[in-house]
Design a protein. Structure first.
Length: 70
């Protein structure tokens, strides 16, 4: 069984990689990136050990900014 601090470190590393992807996809939107970070850091501890959320890419879907097409 993993120790709590190891799970926390693993979660932090995954969150870091996730946020790097968000920043890469949204380089000119600092407010959006900050909002994604706040939500993701709150829910990562819950979803970290649930593979179904990763397989379905739930966070990636949630982290798509609204687009206005005119």
């Amino acid at each position: 069984m993993s120790k709590p601090h190891q799970d926390s470190a693993k979660t932090e590393e995954y969150l870091k990689r996730y946020m790097e992807g968000v920043l890469k996809r949204n380089p000119g939107e600092p407010e959006f990136v900050q909002a994604v970070y706040e939500v993701a850091s709150s829910i990562f501890p819950y979803i970290a050990d649930k593979p179904i959320y990763h397989e379905l890419q739930i966070l990636e879907r949630m982290a798509e900014p609204e687009r206005v097409i005119s």
